[in-house]
Ligand binder design. Structure first.
Ligand code: PMP
Length: 368
């Protein structure tokens, strides 16, 4: 069977070239006499892979030297618990800004450890926008402010460094922490605006099972809270992200994905492509005369995750079935919102989005 265009939100489509490279080295890696999944993470082959992955990620995201990069297992949710454990004193205030489901999940991971303050939330309007900065109630003594750069389910995105985009407000001396799981490497960002950035890899960075934490080194001097070694970012850094056996295969495939992105022209090239893809898809929705709808404030619509509803939900099943038959998969919306969602990360080519837009128009002609 041919590969379909896969709009899945994560795990999500990977570049075919990366999958082929991974396949070719699955049995035997570069003279090691064994597969990556069979050799020690402390051997020369894997240490070289790990070093190169970090160097490539630093180049890709222009990560300054005063930031450490950690490769972590446990996904983004685990980091949502580890951030307060590492960087907030027990019961210290921490500010959270909610622009969708994942911000809410982050509060559930932090609540046992901090005095949690919801500084702003667009929940009351169904997470269709970003609360105006004037309404943010930030605490002066907070350990940090936590934001979600791109909400994967609700399709709301800050565009912190984009011209004309929606930036984050200046939080002064209070460190800004950002969950970039669904938009990392989709366009250039100024890493120095954040004290910590984290992301699960399974959207723009590679396979699930690994994630990255990018943290300004001076933050690691914070005492945080009593915690086991394995939850300690400082110890992880000292151990080269290998306090225990890391997910070597996932790390390797993420590294291949970083290299692919660099070879394709880096984040500037992806910013242009992603803009074009998002424009095409939103045009298909907005131009449908209400057959398809996306209710997010157009100023903060996500370029990565495009949720949309059919005017008649009774057609949902048929839409998904026919889309699948047309080679378009992974479109079922999250249960929180229902309807459809097209995730159009870096590895989704413009042709995939064009094929989806053409299918949507055709489906409307037949069922409108
Ligand atoms: N944050 C965001 C923005 C996400 O989209 C997700 C997963 N879809 C998570 C956090 C949780 O990530 P994980 O499943 O890797 O824990």
């Amino acid at each position: 069977m041919a590969r379909a265009f896969n709009f899945s939100p994560g795990p999500s489509t990977l570049p075919e070239q990366v999958l082929r490279q991974a396949r070719d080295t699955m049995l035997e890696y570069g003279g090691a006499g064994a597969s990556i999944v069979e050799i020690s993470h402390r051997g020369p082959e894997f240490l070289e892979i790990a070093e190169r992955a970090e160097a490539d990620l630093r180049a890709l995201l222009s990560i300054p030297d005063d930031y450490a990069v950690l490769f972590v297992a446990g996904g983004a949710t685990t980091q949502q618990a580890l951030l307060p454990l590492n960087f907030a004193a027990p019961g210290q205030r921490a500010d959270y800004v909610l622009t969708g489901h994942w911000g809410q999940v982050a509060t559930r991971q932090a609540r046992p450890y901090v005095d949690l303050n919801i500084a702003a939330s667009s929940e009351a309007d169904g997470y269709r926008g970003i609360p105006p900065f004037e309404e943010w109630r930030l605490s002066e003594d907070a350990a940090y402010v936590h934001v979600t750069a791109s909400e994967t389910i609700h399709g709301v995105e800050f565009r912190p460094s984009a011209p004309g985009g929606h930036p984050f407000p200046d939080t002064g001396d209070v460190p800004l922490f950002a969950d970039f799981s669904s938009s990392i490497a989709s366009e250039p960002i100024d890493v120095s605006r954040y004290r910590a950035i984290y992301a699960g890899a399974q959207k723009n960075l590679g396979p699930v099972g690994i994630g990255v934490v990018i943290v300004r080194r001076d933050l690691l001097a914070r005492a945080g809270q009593p915690r086991a070694d394995i939850f300690d970012y400082r110890l992880q850094l000292e151990a080269g992200s290998m306090l225990n056996t890391p997910p070597t295969w996932n790390w390797y495939v993420a590294g291949l994905t970083f290299r692919w992105m660099l070879d394709e022209g880096g984040v500037e090239a992806f910013a242009r492509r992603n803009e074009a893809k998002a424009r095409a898809l939103y045009a298909a929705i907005d131009g449908s005369g209400g057959f398809y709808r996306n209710g997010v404030d157009p100023a903060v619509r996500s370029r990565m995750n495009v949720p949309f509803q059919l005017h008649d939900p009774a057609l949902d099943g048929r839409f998904l079935e026919e889309a699948g038959a047309a080679g378009l998969i992974g479109l079922k919306g999250h249960r929180v919102l229902g309807g459809m969602r097209a995730s159009i990360y870096n590895a989704m080519p413009l042709e995939g989005v064009q094929a989806l837009a053409a299918f949507m128009a055709d489906f409307q002609r037949r069922h409108g």
